[in-house]
Design a protein around this ligand. Structure first.
Ligand SMILES: Cc1cc2nc3c(=O)[nH]c(=O)nc-3n(C[C@H](O)[C@H](O)[C@H](O)COP(=O)(O)OP(=O)(O)OC[C@H]3O[C@@H](n4cnc5c(N)ncnc54)[C@H](O)[C@@H]3O)c2cc1C
Length: 370
């Protein structure tokens, strides 16, 4: 958690949106780990609806500082970071990013939250009481903070899936090991069909997540390369590539976090009573996994985003959704074509996927029309 937040939301906003001076000042120390980074977006009354934030920034009379007032909550690494990317509204309405250093006058943090899991991760509130942030610490453009906030989350979602996948593999291995050594009815419990089924389901979902993750990562790499070749600078190329695959990133976030919850839950079940004991690692995996469905945009929000972004692209003509959706409707009205028997590998699977796609097209076509 500490490393993921530091290298991701704690460092990337400055790397991608910072001026040359800001990068020179902060990035070398963040990269070596001399300084730790954190990211303050969420507020007590602005969670999923992050843009409804109440933290304000007002230019000082001498024009040298922005004076920040407000509060942030649930800030990972907040208890020990030196550098924070914080969002506040200039003059109460222009949502803007700021780089805030520990030690800034008027800026403090609260005590560590008592959490259900990820207890090794620092999570605190941040307080701004007439905090004096130098004008040169404005990150990106005034009023364009949403660009930073949302673009950074695309990459965060892909990374969350990777982290969840790693956790799922650990929980999986621990559970398989346990199933092979724990004996009941004079044999290892791994011999029982019910346990084999759990292990198989875990392995299938891990494989699916890993495949989807690497496939998307490859697409992002290729798109980034294309943008670089077109002459786009480094930051715009990576951000543009992550934006191009923002839908996939949202889906991976949902799938990865639910995969980890599933594996941790079944892992506890395989461990029986021991799975409920704090002495066994699997009980920690169960508690630690739960947060992944909540941060980096809750899974409800990411599900909504998946659909909304798809429909938006269709409206913009970037995605031909309407044509295939009409085809499906036409197909449903006509006599079905049962097709020839096809003996090639994966025929049944290919047919299933094609039909899933048709069902989705049908439903989105209806929403699109309305
Ligand atoms: C351990 C931890 C670490 C965190 N680290 C950071 C950090 O480093 N920096 C940071 O800025 N934030 C951080 N967060 C905050 C996190 O991103 C938010 O908790 C998250 O975005 C959800 O906001 P919320 O808690 O206010 O829930 P709410 O937004 O109040 O949501 C409550 C419920 O309502 C649902 N909901 C809300 N809106 C809709 C909608 N339109 N449609 C359907 N359902 C909806 C949600 O999905 C959820 O189930 C962290 C949180 C935790 C717990």
């Amino acid at each position: 958690m500490a490393i993921a937040a530091h290298t991701g939301i704690g460092t990337l906003p400055i790397l991608y949106f910072g001026t040359e001076e800001q990068k020179q000042k902060y990035i070398p120390k963040l990269i070596t780990g001399e300084w730790a980074g954190a990211y303050g977006l969420t507020e007590p009354n602005a969670g999923s609806d992050a843009l409804s934030s109440k933290t304000t920034a007002k230019l000082s009379e001498d024009g040298k500082h922005y004076i920040l007032n407000g509060q942030k909550c649930w800030i990972t690494n907040g208890g020990f970071a030196q550098v924070y990317t914080v969002f506040a509204k200039v003059d109460g309405d222009k949502f803007t990013g700021f780089i805030v250093e520990r030690g800034t006058e008027g800026f403090t943090n609260g005590p560590e939250e008592q959490k259900m899991g990820i207890k090794g991760s620092s999570t605190v509130q941040l307080y701004f009481q007439d905090a004096k942030v130098p004008v040169e610490n404005v990150l990106g453009e005034i009023g364009k903070g949403h660009k930073i906030a949302f673009n950074i989350l695309n990459i965060g979602r892909l990374k969350l899936c990777a982290a969840a996948l790693g956790g799922a593999k650990m929980a999986f291995e621990t559970s398989v090991q346990y199933a092979k050594t724990r004996e009941q009815f004079k044999q290892p419990i791994a011999n029982f069909g019910a346990i084999k089924h759990k292990i198989a389901e875990m392995a299938i979902r891990i494989f699916a997540a890993e495949s989807a993750l690497y496939r998307t990562a490859k697409w992002i790499d290729e798109w980034e390369k294309k943008l670089l070749e077109e002459g786009k600078p480094f930051n715009e190329s990576l951000l543009g590539a992550a934006e191009e695959y923002a839908i996939e990133c949202a889906m991976l976030k949902v799938y990865g976090s639910e995969l980890l919850d599933f594996v941790a839950d079944e892992g506890v079940q395989i461990h029986g009573g021991n799975g409920f004991s704090a002495e066994y690692n699997i009980s920690r995996a169960y508690r630690d996994s739960r947060i992944n469905r909540i941060y980096e945009g809750t899974n409800e929000i990411n599900r909504l985003l998946t659909l909304d972004m798809t429909l938006k692209r269709a409206m913009q003509g970037r995605l031909n959704l309407m044509g295939p959706a009409m085809e499906v409707q036409k197909e449903l009205m006509s006599i079905p074509d049962f097709g020839e028997d096809d003996e090639t590998p994966f025929t049944a699977e290919r047919k299933l996927i094609a039909n899933f796609k048709k069902a989705i097209l049908m439903v989105s076509g209806l929403r699109y029309k309305n």
